[in-house]
Design a protein around this ligand. Structure first.
Ligand code: AMP
Length: 472
């Protein structure tokens, strides 16, 4: 946008934000939207903003990246007064999402200069207590907000707007009790907004219990299915990592997300890529919040192109320019799969999803394929040189070094194993954040010993020629 297009408060309607003006957006916010170069409202903004600004309780079906922050932010930013205490609370399922929402609201409120803070676990309490004293808008994860409520370090008596963002995720992650406890401490006279990618029976029950004369709006999916390619390779377990390396080197990619089901698998993939000189950023709930924030900043800035992650990174985050999603482990249902793949093929850009299916993933993959809307094409596994595995997590070393270590993909998806091991165990105060990171476990565990003992000549044979799609 050129200088002559720079907004002038008295001439807002002449600028491209005029479509926002029709929705009832205030001048301060229009100026901020102009600075952000937003030209016209997204579908969910068009549908929800007029209702939200009328003070109605709204249930909005909208997915990640649909522009929902502004949809609920409009009323928050226009109706919040400085120095009148906390007037808006936004609950979000993950720390990363809370951080992202608070950053977006800060940008939108730059001409209203409100005190907006993000409150989540994994970081120290005291700075948050200070922030909460001055805040007008709080974005937080349920566990830490509840902790502040129990310590009386957050005062919700002036609250006017409560937002439940990614409500389906919050319920999936087991936050329902915490969310209800928090709602019970909010004033009854308030506006409640609920944003969710899916509207399940549980969401409807929640809305009936806590919302008044609620209006429902629904936006189309933001991911364009015609721009999305989904493929899978049926690969021997002991060649999975080699295939990943091969594809990372041969695919023409921008930003890449590699999804694993457990923290150990994230460490396994990222550390073994490092041994090969391939830079990647690992992220999972075992890292400190500062490290997680730094990692996301580095990935967002495109300084490192590959993020190896558990599902925490899939929940609600808006990362621009993700061209490839790899499922190194398959999630155990179509809902989680759709959530992962929703990170690509956004905003008119093409995207590719590559599923690496070994015997451990078969059952999960079968359950994902029950969703008929998913079109996933089988591809022939290319000729591969087996890459020696150089990094094996503690506790697996003895076992893997007895023969499997060289080529094992280390599928370790089991929840029991992960949670018993105390790997990256969390501070009890932060117990609720990202609670179910481990829970996406497959329903059974297949022993990969057979594949580990295959001879190297067999390892080089393309595997998908042996297994057709009908197998699934
Ligand atoms: P959200 O769903 O709120 O996380 O927004 C997703 C992305 O879309 C963010 O990067 C926003 O800055 C951007 N965005 C939101 N609304 C608009 C709009 N009307 N025009 C252009 N970009 C937008």
């Amino acid at each position: 946008m050129t200088n002559e297009h720079k907004i002038n408060e008295s001439k807002t309607s002449e600028y491209k934000t005029s479509e926002f003006e029709k929705l009832g957006i205030s001048k301060e916010l229009l100026r901020a939207l102009n600075d952000e170069k937003f030209e016209k409202p997204t579908e969910i903004q068009e549908l929800a903003i007029p209702l939200v600004l009328q003070g109605k309780d709204v249930i909005a079906r909208a997915s990640t990246g649909s522009g929902k922050t502004l949809a609920f932010g409009s009323t928050i930013l226009q109706n919040t007064k400085r120095d009148y205490g906390i007037q808006s609370l936004i609950l979000a399922p993950t720390r990363e999402l809370a951080e992202q929402i608070s950053k977006a609201l800060k940008k939108f409120s730059k001409y209203a200069s409100l005190n907006i803070c993000a409150i989540y676990g994994g970081v120290s309490f005291n700075p948050q207590v200070e922030d909460l004293e001055y805040a007008e808008v709080v974005v937080g994860t349920p566990g830490r907000i509840l902790d502040h409520l129990s310590r009386n370090t957050i005062n919700l008596k002036h609250l006017k707007t409560l937002v439940l963002d990614e409500a389906d995720r919050m319920l999936d992650m087991g936050f329902i009790d915490d969310v209800e406890k928090i709602i019970s401490q909010c004033p009854k006279e308030r506006q409640t907004l609920l944003f969710s990618a899916t509207i399940s029976q549980d969401i409807l029950r929640l809305s009936k219990k806590y919302m008044k004369h609620q209006v429902e709006v629904s936006a189309e999916e933001y991911v364009d299915p015609t721009l999305l390619t989904q493929v899978y390779y049926d690969v021997d377990d002991n060649l999975k990592f080699s295939l990943l390396k091969h594809l990372l080197e041969h695919e023409d990619a921008k930003l890449v997300m590699v999804f694993c089901n457990t923290r150990k698998n994230v460490d396994f993939v990222a550390n073994n890529l490092k041994f090969l000189g391939l830079e990647s950023l690992p992220i999972h709930g075992g890292f400190s919040q500062e490290k997680r924030n730094r990692t996301m900043e580095q990935f967002n800035s495109k300084k490192t192109q590959v993020l190896v992650c558990t599902d925490i990174a899939a929940r609600g985050l808006d990362i621009k320019g993700v061209s490839h999603i790899y499922n190194y482990n398959m999630p155990n249902d179509a809902k989680e799969y759709i959530h992962r793949i929703g990170r690509t093929a956004r905003a008119g850009k093409e995207g590719k999803v590559i599923n690496l299916i070994s015997s451990r993933d078969h059952e999960n993959f079968r359950s994902i394929l029950k969703d008929d809307s998913l079109k996933i094409e089988a591809l022939e596994t290319p000729e591969l040189e087996r890459i020696p595995i150089r990094w094996i997590p503690e506790g697996r070393r003895g076992r893997d070094s007895r023969g499997g270590g060289r080529g094992s993909s280390f599928g370790g998806n089991s929840r029991g194993r992960e949670s018993r091991g105390g790997y990256g165990r969390r501070d009890s105060r932060d117990r609720n954040d990202d609670r179910r990171e481990y829970s996406r476990a497959p329903r059974h565990r297949t022993d990969s010993r057979d594949s580990r003992h295959r001879s190297s000549s067999r390892d080089r044979r393309p595997s998908s020629s042996r297994i057709g799609r009908s197998r699934f």
